[in-house]
Ligand binder design. Structure first.
Ligand SMILES: [Zn+2]
Length: 335
């Protein structure tokens, strides 16, 4: 590596280190979920309400990742409203509560999971395989519920500040669902992660011939005040689209502002970390666009990582690079 580049890397590392000494702001309250522990569907922290009229089974999920509290705030609010479906079935799930219970304001990034990422387990080979972990046990417990669902909304948030993103998967039906919900403004078409399959891509949700569908929404930075607002509005719009709850109640809580026209970004590459020596060589922000093709933005061991095309969007660059995991997804606007 040239001296000039090395100095650039060091300058960035120093900036990153001083930044990491500052604890991130936590501007949201963490709801007490103990009252939901019993569940009502023989699964802890899972609540299912049936209507007498036929209709789809819609599932709303929070805490796929234990420190992503915005969805839990939205679902706690919904359950307190005691809203029941007028048709079909409504399920409300707090997924990785074991990780959530470990949340530590002094080390807030540590409680994403207990043993492993709950959102990388969603193939029969893994779910039915010989391994065990806190997250696999929870996934196996919840799997029969997901197998009965028609439409799933999975509420997430991001480590770094970034505009909210609808992660639509790779099928056309995923984009159609994101468009039907109308928020957030940015929709990302992507294939997930080399490290494992997400719940939003599980079985029928990723089958183009199957009408069942899922949407993952990244509502903003984990602990910013706006993230639960986005989560709540996305949840209300998801319910409105499937018309399973009282529409006048919905209208009373929906934001009246007209959503901005949506834009679709297609992921062109998923950069998976190959060595223990991966680092970004420039400060990177979520959804930042690098105009020039061939710009070096990271190094991985001896390899320089360059933007493969112009107007290249960095979708959710990782905060903590780890071999085998996704460093960043690259994308560009389509349509
Ligand atoms: Zn997440």
């Amino acid at each position: 590596m040239s001296k000039g580049k090395r100095q650039g890397v060091d300058a960035f590392e120093n900036a990153a280190m001083s930044e990491s000494k500052t604890a991130p702001r936590i501007d949201v309250e963490f709801p007490d979920l103990d009252g939901y522990a019993s569940g009502n569907a023989r699964i802890a922290y899972a609540w299912t309400f049936h209507s007498e009229r036929p209709g789809p089974h819609v599932l709303l999920q929070a805490l796929t990742h234990g420190n992503e509290v915005c969805g839990a705030i939205a679902l706690d609010w919904l359950l307190r409203q005691a809203i029941r479906p007028e048709r079909g079935t409504l399920s409300v799930v707090f997924a990785n509560v074991a990780a959530y219970a470990r949340f530590d304001h002094g080390d807030p990034f540590a409680s994403r999971c207990v043993d492993e990422d709950f959102n990388r387990l969603w193939t029969p080979a893994v779910l039915e395989g010989p391994r065990d972990s806190v997250e696999l046990a929870r996934a196996r417990e919840l799997r029969p519920l997901y197998d009965s669902v028609d439409y799933l909304l999975d509420l997430h948030s991001m480590s770094e500040p970034c505009v909210p993103l609808a992660m639509a998967g790779r099928q056309r039906k995923g984009v159609e669902l994101a468009r039907a919900v109308e928020i957030p403004q940015h929709i990302v078409i992507d294939r997930g992660h080399a490290a494992g399959t997400r719940l939003r891509d599980y079985g029928p949700f990723d089958d183009p011939q199957d009408t069942r569908n899922a949407l993952l929404i990244e509502c903003g930075q984990h602990w910013e005040a706006q993230a639960p607002v986005v989560a709540k509005q996305a949840m209300l719009r998801f319910l409105r689209h499937f018309a399973i709850v009282d529409s006048s109640w919905l209208e009373g809580h929906l934001d009246r502002a007209r959503p901005l026209p949506q834009r679709v970004v297609e992921v062109t590459a998923t950069v998976t970390i190959q060595t223990d020596e991966f680092r970004f060589v420039r400060p990177v922000r979520g959804f930042e666009m690098i105009r020039e093709a061939g710009t070096v933005y990271a190094v991985d061991g001896d390899a320089e990582i360059r933007t493969p095309h112009g107007d290249c969007i960095l979708v959710m660059p990782t905060r903590k690079p780890k071999r085998g995991e996704t460093a960043v997804r690259l994308g560009r606007y389509v349509g």
